[in-house]
Design a protein around this ligand. Structure first.
Ligand SMILES: Nc1ncnc2c1ncn2[C@@H]1O[C@H](COP(=O)(O)OP(=O)(O)OP(=O)(O)O)[C@@H](O)[C@H]1O
Ligand SMILES: [Mg+2]
Length: 295
């Protein structure tokens, strides 16, 4: 096990620091992205890192990038530190959690696909009978499988919570053709991931992708089909009409809710037992999906 709250790479130019990742410049049109062990819940980064979380996110994303490269090009160049610029080879703690990628021009949209009705989609449906502004059949149960997966985009807020938008709003933002392509690719990736996961006893309820442009082509960036970007359920215990226990951050969210925290920063520290339970869940998600232990 290893723990990294934040990476430090002397001599490298920090391009941006996100909630979970440090992004460094790595030459003209390349970046090195390092996934730390920070965990954000309700959009607040918690003070306690989760050992190995960044490795799970990086290695699971890499697994999916390789599996889905026929569906859409992705940003991944290499995970082999020996191929990174020298400053990264000399930095400490990057092994297994850093990737060299093509620097893409980001499309500022969260591309969400949902095959089951849960989370914010369930909240909207209960109140209005719609999801992302579109009507769904009446009398759906919480967590029920939808007839077919739906695309529910959201804007990427610079700070605070992402805002759900309709497909029409997306088309107005980025143009009809690009909106249609983003929807097509997002649903194709979701269906691939869903079917693959199901063979391994895991339900991919919903997930979020980010895309950018590289060489004029729509390219999958950031992370892919991880427990941070996806809602994964155990297929064996799944039942519509209940909220299935998931491999995602629900475990930590439940703990945080029980503390009565008002969801404003700073977040509370996590007790050792919750940290251990969370590491276990991330590693278990990797083991289930990839079929081997995280190295
Ligand atoms: N290939 C790429 N080219 C350009 N930007 C990328 C690429 N891959 C990932 N990114 C960006 O790098 C950042 C990764 O950091 P992290 O996931 O911690 O951010 P975040 O807190 O989720 O931030 P954001 O609010 O931007 O989503 C994100 O802003 C993501 O959009
Ligand atoms: Mg992110």
């Amino acid at each position: 096990m290893s723990v990294l709250a934040a990476s430090r790479v002397p001599g490298a130019q920090l391009h941006r620091k996100g909630k979970v990742r440090e992004v460094y410049e790595a030459g003209a049109d390349k970046l090195v992205i390092v996934a730390s062990d920070r965990l954000s819940a309700f959009d607040v980064v918690l003070p306690t890192p989760i050992p190995d979380k960044g490795k799970v996110l990086t290695q699971l994303s890499t697994f999916w990038f390789r599996k889905t490269s026929r569906l859409v090009p992705n940003h991944l160049i290499s995970t082999d530190l020996r191929k990174f610029p020298r400053v990264f080879r000399e930095a400490k703690g990057l092994a297994g959690r850093a990737v060299l990628v093509n620097h893409c021009e980001r499309i500022d949209v969260e591309c969400v696909a949902r095959g089951y009705i849960s989370g914010s989609a369930w909240t909207e449906y209960k109140a209005l009978g719609t999801v992302a502004g579109e009507h769904l059949p009446p009398q759906l149960l919480e967590s029920e499988k939808l007839d077919r997966p739906i695309f529910t985009p959201a804007t990427k807020a610079e700070s605070g919570h992402d805002q759900n938008i309709t497909r029409a709003q997306l088309a107005a933002m980025v143009g009809t053709d690009l909106a249609r392509e983003l929807e097509r690719i997002t649903l194709a990736l979701y269906e691939f991931g869903h079917d693959y996961a199901l063979q391994r006893g895991v339900i991919l309820a919903d997930t979020k992708f980010e895309f950018g442009f590289y060489d004029g082509k729509i390219t999958l960036i950031d992370e892919a089909l991880t427990p941070d970007s996806s809602r994964y359920w155990d297929a064996a215990t799944y039942r519509a009409g209940s909220v299935p226990p998931s491999y995602d951050k629900q475990y930590v969210r439940d703990f945080l809710t029980a503390t009565g925290w008002n969801r404003e920063p700073p977040g509370p520290a996590l007790p050792e037992e919750v940290v251990r339970g969370t590491t276990q869940r991330y590693r278990q998600a990797y083991r289930k999906l990839v079929g081997k232990e995280l190295s």
